[in-house]
Design a protein around this ligand. Structure first.
Ligand SMILES: Cc1cc2nc3c(=O)[nH]c(=O)nc-3n(C[C@H](O)[C@H](O)[C@H](O)COP(=O)(O)O)c2cc1C
Length: 185
């Protein structure tokens, strides 16, 4: 796929087929992710990959419970209360693969670096017919001490991007965007 078409078409995908993305393909995508530029070439990232709907569904329930209990602390999420209350809503859109990108806080630039890696992964995946979605809802539950211990994330790493990934059920139309605002033109 032409890179310009890829950038132009790529959407956040929330409906996946049941076909599991293989560990080999995930490894290929992560490798492409790590081609991103990083401040001082520090490459301050690490990944957790969770395969399987059951484990991801459990994390979705934990996330919903946590957010509903703490909604007052996150006023920007109030608009999604009815989604979180819906028993059929999956925070991870029933995906069977979840990638979480963690940044090493010892690098000043880790947030930028990991976000660039996330963008690479999303575009590379799109070119393979694989959809992705950044799941901001999970920014707390995948960053707790318990979660990090369970998945062997070193303590100096902070979560940057939780991302669902799976083969797209259908192709979406290109995204509509505002005209770029150039302040000095
Ligand atoms: C930082 C960030 C957090 C996001 N969090 C969520 C989320 O929790 N759940 C979700 O379904 N989509 C989430 N999205 C996807 C956005 O809703 C989506 O990018 C936006 O509506 C534009 O749609 P498009 O990506 O298909 O063009 C997030 C995107 C970003 C960049």
């Amino acid at each position: 796929m032409n890179i310009l078409d890829c950038i132009n078409e790529k959407r956040s995908v929330r409906a996946y087929t049941d076909q599991q993305v293989s560990n080999e393909t995930i490894h290929q995508l992560l490798t492409l992710g790590t081609k991103a530029s990083t401040g001082s070439n520090e490459q301050p990232w690490g990944f957790v990959v969770i395969q399987g709907k059951e484990e991801i569904q459990k994390l979705s329930e934990d996330t919903k419970t946590y957010l509903l209990r703490n909604l007052d602390a996150y006023p920007y999420l109030k608009q999604y209360e009815s989604w979180l209350l819906n028993p059929t809503y999956s925070v991870f859109n029933h995906a069977s693969t979840l990638i979480a990108i963690y940044g090493n806080t010892k690098s000043h630039w880790y947030l930028y670096d990991c976000s660039l890696a996330a963008g690479n992964i999303m575009l590379a995946a799109h070119s393979m017919g694989i959809g992705t979605c950044w799941i901001g809802f999970a920014e707390h539950t995948l960053n707790t001490k318990e979660f990090k211990e369970k998945y062997r994330v070193p303590s100096e790493y902070e979560l940057v991007c939780p991302m669902t990934i799976g083969y797209m059920k259908s192709k979406l139309t290109s995204p509509e965007r505002k005209v770029p605002e150039v302040f000095n033109w």
